[in-house]
Design a binder for this molecule. Structure first.
Ligand code: NIG
Ligand code: FE
Length: 431
């Protein structure tokens, strides 16, 4: 019997998403096809030979090695194949919902005012504190499975609705337990510095002390998070508090990332460049020179258009095209959370990448694969290369451009994680 994680994929279009793709700072609308070819590593009639769950060959079908020509090996034929998608920024471990605030916001109450009045993140905090770890794991698993259906093979999940040692640890333990059971990779981020909880509202520095002296060492001790994140903005943490949290996280082995300049120009992207965060996320109010500093420092820009669409702040979108032209690697993410982006639809983010940021289809698809991997400081996901685990997303579409074009519908035919089919449609059943 053949090993079930050994098989051959033949794709009419294979997008390998090479990590070292040349950045093309000056976008030329007359060269879109060429640019896409370069940055996606597009191969017409491509082949991936998966051996024991690992990529053993990637290249043109005609060049496949002898071992991949064995008739007894299962052959999966698809139209468009690419690396498994990477959802690099979610707040998927939460309880309750905030539909009432959605209504309030649409009636004119700004997001930050709701937070300052004790709602928003603090509303979800109240709900999460009443929820036990098993319940959190259960709801997180539901969310993660929704991502897997979309071709996602890595999901990042931030804490940040506990806001006390006990509840932050509970949240991250739920993430860890789901990581052990989920049919995709799930990675935790410590975001204890997401908001000031009511008990520390009058003495914010005392809360920063707790985050740094108490929570971070405890999270590190239990190895609950690969990343440390902070919400650096008006109504949240200032630059000096953020610096302290991120530096302390780094001293404890976590990679720093940051929620940057979502509501105001808080100097957060500049801080990201200064201390070398893997990513700066949001960037709606970041000035030009700070974007340029990020590009210089190799900080990946994570753009999350659902937030602006959901909060109704489309007049303050991040300037995606400018950010890409500045030389930053860009990732697209849903920012899935109950407050500012209650959606799983990462595919739709590739559409908004094209329509609102003016990315090419290849740029948008790169932003949910190689770009998102870079936001997580990873070089083993988001790309198809020999020697890495075989994480693939296969799509039943006539052309890769069709994915952002036909929005709001799922085109995934199969999701493959570590060489295992973790999601498939009827079309793939006989495989
Ligand atoms: O990325 N801005 C901070 N955090 C989340 C929102 C969290 C919430 O509103 O619950 C964000 O937008
Ligand atoms: Fe976020």
């Amino acid at each position: 019997m053949t090993d079930p994680s050994t098989f051959v994929v033949r794709a009419a279009q294979l997008l390998t998403m090479p990590f070292d793709a040349p950045s093309l700072p000056h976008y030329d609308p007359t060269r879109i096809e060429d640019r896409d070819r370069e940055i996606t590593g597009l191969i017409e009639d491509g082949c991936v030979f998966v051996k024991k769950g690992e990529v053993a060959f990637v290249g043109p079908w005609a060049d496949r090695p002898q071992a991949a020509k064995d008739d007894k090996l299962p052959l999966m034929e698809t139209k468009v194949g690419m690396p498994g998608w990477v959802e690099c920024h979610t707040h998927a471990v939460f309880a309750g919902h905030r539909a009432d605030e959605f209504v309030l916001r649409n009636a004119g109450r700004p997001y930050v005012e709701i937070l300052e009045a004790g709602g928003g993140i603090l509303n979800t905090m109240q709900a999460l504190r009443k929820t036990n770890e098993a319940e959190l794991s259960q709801s997180l698993m539901t969310h993660v499975l929704e991502f897997v259906r979309q071709g996602v093979t890595t999901v990042e999940v931030k804490s940040g609705y506990g806001l006390s040692r006990k509840h932050e640890l509970k949240s991250l333990r739920a993430v860890k337990s789901v990581a052990g059971d989920a049919p995709c990779e799930v990675v935790g981020t410590f975001l204890g510095a997401h908001a000031f909880p009511p008990e520390h509202r009058s003495n914010p520095e005392a809360y920063v002390d707790i985050v740094c002296n108490d929570m971070i060492p405890a999270v590190a001790e239990e190895q609950l998070a690969d990343y440390v994140d902070v919400f650096c903005d008006r109504g949240a943490f200032d630059v000096e508090q953020s610096r302290r949290v991120l530096e302390t996280g780094r001293e404890h082995g976590m990679i720093p990332r940051i929620h940057a300049d979502e509501i105001t120009n808080a100097g957060a992207a500049r801080l990201a460049a200064e201390i070398g965060c893997a990513s700066a996320d949001h960037l709606e109010f970041t000035p030009d020179q700070d974007i340029e500093a990020m590009a210089e420092a190799g900080v990946t820009a994570v753009l999350m258009p659902a937030v602006n669409l959901f909060l109704g702040t489309i007049d303050h979108m991040a300037r995606g095209r400018f950010i890409l032209n500045s030389g930053c690697e860009v990732a697209l993410s849903t920012d899935f959370n109950p407050g500012s982006a209650m959606t799983y639809d990462l595919g739709m983010m590739t559409t908004f990448g094209c329509t609102l940021y003016k990315f090419t289809p290849g740029e948008s698809l790169r932003a949910v694969t190689a770009g998102a991997a870079k936001a997580m400081a990873r070089d083993d996901i988001g790309t198809i290369k020999v020697g890495t685990r075989a994480n693939l997303a296969l799509f039943d579409v006539p052309d890769y451009k069709y994915i952002p074009y036909h929005f709001g519908a799922s085109h995934v035919e199969a999701t493959i994680q570590d060489g295992q089919f973790v999601f498939w449609t009827d079309a793939t059943d006989e495989f």
